[in-house]
Design a protein around this ligand. Structure first.
Ligand code: AMP
Ligand code: MG
Length: 411
């Protein structure tokens, strides 16, 4: 059996970013940027006023109050009709280009206008209230680099740079196959001994959240022929996930079916809990994961192996969930673990007084899906550790931020 470290290395070694595609800017948010983005022009394109007021040349030797002759009116989106001479001012609106000869703007509320003159008691600092050309972004400057998720901020920047199309990673199409004679679809009539196909829906959501496109293959019956046939329809996908049928049971056929289908196996079984029986191999360029059938094992194995793999296919620079050091609350009880395997323990994490706290530790059975629902993090108990004492520190992966969203705005 290999360690979790060896497993992730074997996986990432085999996986490469998918090709790119071009999308319209409006469809780009959430996608992974795959291009270098340089500014084609200065932003802002020219010196312009930051206030509604009067533009003038800062007089090196003038007395206060200062009275100037108003010779122009410049609205936003319009050009000055002329340059300014000493003693002259132009009324100017926010965003309008500053006329030649002017270098300073005084806000209208600090002035008194009378006829064709304007007077102000205090002269502002030289250069005040002017946004300089290129002060946001300079022409030729590198603004964004590949391997990051396009956020609303990047979308705004693309628009500011005058770009309406973006090169992003193709979304990996991920085939999801559930296996088991006991598995039924959500809306099938309830029958004794049957179990609803929860894995496919949980995994599909994980795929979507990670940036992939789930392709539901349905439920395969526990026979090598049935499983082989259904796998054939995964040919056009970029990745395959199956659940169940990878343990030691008499009806666990996944490994032999993978082999027959042409999957070159990289490993089977990892010293971790939950998720131990996970299998991984490549069919050509297609990664194939045989995830365990137990719902918690499947989702935890997805988190540890499939999500980083998907992120690598997507061209992300960073592949893993954020990991924080958290303190196990004194009343959360001790966490005991067996040496020799990496254990992931479901827990509720809160952010309190500047640090992460594990406020409760959940039941650890690999079939108990409700505890994943209650939790937002996975404590990582390293293979060499016997566990964590109350009040002790432990690393925790946060798979969801909803429970640490603010209860107040914090301002
Ligand atoms: P297996 O590895 O095929 O023996 O599956 C282990 C356990 O996981 C079984 O007892 C099933 O109850 C459960 N299981 C397998 N597949 C699914 C599924 N698609 N949805 C929910 N539970 C499943
Ligand atoms: Mg099974």
């Amino acid at each position: 059996m290999i360690s979790i470290h060896e497993a992730i290395e074997l996986i990432l070694d085999k996986i490469h970013p998918l090709p790119t595609e071009i999308v319209l800017l409006g469809d780009a948010v959430g996608r992974v940027l795959r291009m270098d983005v340089d500014a084609r022009r200065d932003i802002p394109p020219q010196d312009n006023s930051a206030m509604d007021g009067y533009a003038f040349a800062y007089p090196e030797d003038a007395q206060e109050p200062l009275t100037l002759e108003v010779i122009d009116f410049i609205a936003a989106g319009h050009r000055p009709s002329q340059g300014l001479q000493p003693g002259e001012a132009a009324k100017i609106m926010t965003g309008a280009p500053v006329p030649d000869g002017a270098d300073t703007v005084i806000p209208v509320e600090d002035t008194e206008a009378e006829g064709i003159t304007v007077t102000f008691q205090r002269i502002p600092k030289k250069g005040a209230n002017i946004r300089l050309a290129g002060e946001d972004v300079k022409e030729g400057e590198a603004v964004m680099s590949p391997g990051v998720k396009i956020r609303p901020t990047e979308a705004g920047m693309f628009a500011a740079l005058g770009r309406s199309v973006v090169s992003v990673s193709q979304r990996p199409r991920v085939a999801i196959l559930s296996t088991g004679d006991e598995i039924v679809e959500i809306d099938e009539a309830y029958a004794q001994g049957k179990i609803v196909n929860s894995n496919a829906y949980g995994l599909a959501a994980q795929v979507t959240q990670a940036g992939g496109v789930p392709v539901m293959l349905g439920i395969g019956r526990d026979s090598p022929e049935a499983l082989y046939e259904i796998l054939e329809s995964a040919r056009l996908c970029d990745m395959v996930l199956t659940t169940g049928g990878v343990s030691m049971g008499d009806r666990d056929f996944m490994l032999e079916v993978f082999e027959k289908w042409g999957v070159k196996r990289e490993f089977w079984k990892v010293s971790m809990k939950p998720g131990k029986p996970v299998a991984f191999g490549m069919k050509g360029r297609k990664p194939v994961f045989g995830l365990p059938g137990n719902p918690v094992s499947a989702m935890v194995a997805f988190e540890q192996f499939v999500r980083p793999a998907l992120r690598k296919m997507l061209g992300f620079e960073r592949l893993f969930r954020p990991v924080f050091t958290a303190t196990l609350a004194p009343d959360a009880g001790a966490v005991r673990a067996k040496v020799g395997r990496t254990e992931f323990v479901r827990c509720s994490v809160e952010y309190d007084g500047g640090q992460f706290k594990i406020v409760s530790v959940k039941k650890r059975g690999s079939g108990i899906l409700s505890t994943l629902v209650e939790a937002n993090g996975l404590m990582i108990i390293p293979a060499a550790s016997e566990g964590v004492e109350p009040g002790g520190e432990v690393k925790v992966q946060l798979y969801d931020y909803e429970l640490i969203e603010g209860a107040d705005p914090g301002w």
